[in-house]
Design a protein around this ligand. Structure first.
Ligand SMILES: NC(=O)c1ccc[n+]([C@@H]2O[C@H](COP(=O)([O-])OP(=O)(O)OC[C@H]3O[C@@H](n4cnc5c(N)ncnc54)[C@H](O)[C@@H]3O)[C@@H](O)[C@H]2O)c1
Length: 347
């Protein structure tokens, strides 16, 4: 049985990817700090859960591993700006280190699920393919880009390294993220009757359903000709799933089963990237899921309570809350507790 090490396995993508890998017959070593909880990954006879920080991985974590999918990250631009040092350490340094450790351990394949945010600020008329010079504006985009370059530089005969620049993902996952554009719009439409649209509305973004994100990772993992894909970068999305933020807001508004208004929010967003996905399609892979169906599924799940807008569903807010409470708890904790403390003899 082949074993795969997945970092960031407890996250939005990981909690959909890991069960899919197990279904395909892979054994999975799932590494995560589990900042959002461990309960979203159900136990399975071929699943090993390891609570560890990826900055502290060692050779033993790669023993018996055939491939790595390195999902770990501080996973959006806003978090990257607030936690810049950690973003560089986790999204860049730890991934390059993980790729290096994997290579040293004789692991055959390393997949880096990066982000189309590396394209950053592009002219509205530009359509970005993999040869378009990236212009990342934030620590998140810059750290991803540097991780891509340094991980791909490790590719050789025996070590396949592939970068997947994913579009912004939408759809359900057990570790649901309601901070992602489409998921956020649906949640706000359901809760407030408003669909938030970031000013000025003309900025482009590409989108990708979570099932397609998982399918693209599996496709690369199982690709029969590793030499052909090694050292390569692929945009992962669908050409017809590029929208300006205003067009996206209107599409979501039309797709939900109640009357809603567009609500203009934020300062004008400089980041704009319209992405072309012909390179991955030329390998025979295509994203199939569309936005309206996913919007209705999210809506139904909000209606019946399977999705709830808890603090954990907003990544930035949750990391902020954890950092805030960590400071307070460190000051007041004694003897391993707050009101309940570890048993001891008192002297
Ligand atoms: N979700 C998207 O729309 C999207 C789009 C493009 C790219 N990506 C990339 O895909 C990857 C996964 O994204 P996601 O949406 O699942 O994010 P997520 O925040 O849900 O998951 C990241 C996981 O990493 C874990 N983690 C963070 N720091 C850690 C550390 N130092 N050690 C161990 N675990 C740690 C967290 O606990 C979390 O479970 C990220 O690299 C992200 O940048 C995501």
């Amino acid at each position: 049985m082949k074993r795969i090490l997945v970092t960031g396995a407890g996250g939005y993508i990981g909690t959909r990817l890991v069960p899919a890998l197990l279904d395909r017959g892979w054994a999975v070593r799932a590494v995560d700090r589990f900042f959002f909880g461990e309960e979203f990954l159900a136990d399975h006879e071929h699943l090993e859960k390891i609570r560890e920080d990826t900055r502290r991985l060692g050779a033993r974590h790669f023993e018996g591993v055939d491939a790595v999918i390195d999902l770990v990250a501080i996973s959006n631009e806003a978090c990257g700006q607030l936690f810049k040092d950690a973003t560089w350490q986790i999204n860049c340094e730890s991934r390059v280190r993980t790729a290096g450790l994997a290579k040293q351990a004789g692991v055959g394949m390393y997949l880096l699920p990066s982000s189309c945010s590396v394209y950053g600020e592009q002219d509205r008329a530009t359509i970005c393919d993999e040869a378009t010079p990236p212009r990342p504006l934030t620590a998140y985009g810059q750290a991803n880009l540097q991780a891509e370059h340094r991980a791909l530089a490790l590719a050789d005969e025996g070590f396949t390294a592939v970068v997947l620049r994913q579009a912004t993902i939408f759809g359900y996952s057990p570790r649901i993220r309601l901070d992602l554009a489409i998921n956020y719009m649906v949640h706000r439409a359901w809760r407030d009757g408003q669909v938030p649209v970031v000013r000025d509305g003309t900025q482009w973004r590409p989108f990708l359903h979570i099932d397609d994100a998982v399918a693209a990772q599996m496709f690369m993992l199982e690709h029969p000709d590793r030499r052909a894909i090694s050292g390569q970068v692929y945009n992962v999305g669908a050409n017809e799933l590029n929208y300006t933020s205003e067009a996206l807001g209107k599409l979501v508004a039309e797709s939900v089963p109640r009357d809603v208004e567009l609500e203009w929010v934020g300062d004008s967003d400089q980041r704009s990237y319209h992405v072309e996905c012909g390179k991955i399609e030329s390998l025979g892979w295509r994203a199939g899921r569309r936005i309206p169906e996913a919007v209705r599924q999210l809506w139904d799940m909000l209606e019946d309570g399977r999705i709830q807008g808890t603090p954990q569903t907003h990544t930035l807010q949750w990391y902020r809350d954890l950092a805030h409470w960590h400071k307070i708890i460190r000051k007041v904790e004694m003897y391993g507790g707050i009101l309940d403390i570890d048993a001891g003899d008192g002297e």
